[in-house]
Design a protein around this ligand. Structure first.
Ligand SMILES: [Zn+2]
Length: 332
């Protein structure tokens, strides 16, 4: 029985057992960081639930083929609308959830049951979450609901308690690297870097591999970090001003995340830690910087970046927050 999925063995074992013993729950909730494999696992489970082979999913029946093509009439999906490049920019509203609940109440068209996927459901608004509650308790027929979310914390407790919660953790970096090399034919060095950047999230790594623009921006932003370290106050001031003017909040937060990964690496390198660095392609420069700074300075900078991220989430003035942050960075 081929589940088209890498890793996540314990989650798979549990689902296989539920399938084999016919002890399926009404609803499953897959939680874990972005790009870790939640959607892939939910889709594979949907395939297994719709497949008519004795050992589902079989890969050769009509149902498996339809799910693989994203065209099975009994597989219903609701996901946040994607605006720009950010998956979660849009909230899931009540209308598509109502429609899904209605469709779920109809008889299956091809398979023995209907399956509903509610992806990134932590992006649903309160109305949409409430609308789902009753259906979660008693899905019509033998329908099954599959939800995904980065964390259960953003969901109503009453939703979480009606689901079998399955947490997915990042894969070992070597597994991600090898998959990138063998399945996606990515050159070794690039695969190694992507695996480290992803922190073990295969889907995330694959997306970045296919996004040349994002990789270029990462590289440029890291160059700018290095330049900022030796830049005079005025240049830092101007950089903060430019960043606040040109970027929306999501983008600034993404840049802060990149800065955090860089400074975490500086801290690790300074502490001679054996943990692998994230920004593998910048190792030489990171070790150089770590050699010229005290661990306290690296730690303080890292903390200050985190705090700035929290302040921005609370809508403080971005320009002021970024200026304060950059002016306090160590000078090399
Ligand atoms: Zn099948």
């Amino acid at each position: 029985m081929p589940w088209n999925l890498l890793g996540h063995e314990s989650a798979l074992a549990l689902l296989r057992r539920d399938l084999a013993q016919d002890r399926l729950r009404h609803a499953y909730l897959f939680v874990g960081p972005e790009g870790v494999g939640k959607r892939t696992l939910a889709t594979e489970l949907a395939r297994a639930l719709l497949c008519e082979d004795a050992a589902p999913p079989c890969d050769h029946c009509r149902h498996c083929a339809l799910v693989a093509r994203g065209a099975h009439p009994d597989l219903l999906t609701v996901a946040p609308a994607i605006s720009g490049k950010r998956v979660r920019a849009e909230k899931i509203r009540i209308e598509p959830v109502r429609q899904l609940i209605y469709d779920l109440s109809l008889k299956p068209i091809e398979a023995k049951r209907r399956v509903a996927c509610l992806l990134n459901f932590d992006a649903a608004n309160a109305e949409a979450m409430n609308a789902l509650l009753k259906t979660l308790e008693e899905p019509p027929g033998n329908a099954i609901l599959l939800l995904t979310a980065e964390s259960a914390d953003e969901l109503l407790l009453t939703i979480v308690s009606r689901c079998e919660v399955i947490a997915l953790r990042p894969l070992p970096l070597a597994v991600v690297r090898d998959a990138l090399i063998t399945r996606w034919l990515i050159p070794h060095d690039q695969a190694e870097l992507l695996a480290h950047l992803s922190g073990g999230r295969l889907g995330w790594a694959v997306r970045l591999a296919q996004d040349a623009e994002a990789l270029e921006e990462r590289s440029r932003r890291l160059d700018e970090v290095q330049q900022l370290l030796s830049a005079p106050r005025l240049a830092r001031f101007q950089y903060a001003e430019k960043l606040a003017r040109e970027s929306n909040l999501d983008r600034v937060q993404a840049i802060l995340e990149l800065w955090q990964s860089f400074w975490r690496d500086v801290l690790l390198a300074g502490a001679q830690a054996t943990v692998p660095l994230t920004n593998l392609d910048r190792q030489a420069v990171i070790r150089q910087i770590a050699g010229r700074l005290s661990p306290q300075a690296a730690h303080q900078t890292l903390q200050a970046i985190r705090r700035t991220g929290e302040l921005l989430a609370r809508n403080v003035n971005a320009r002021l927050a970024l200026e304060t942050l950059l002016l306090d960075w160590p000078r090399l």
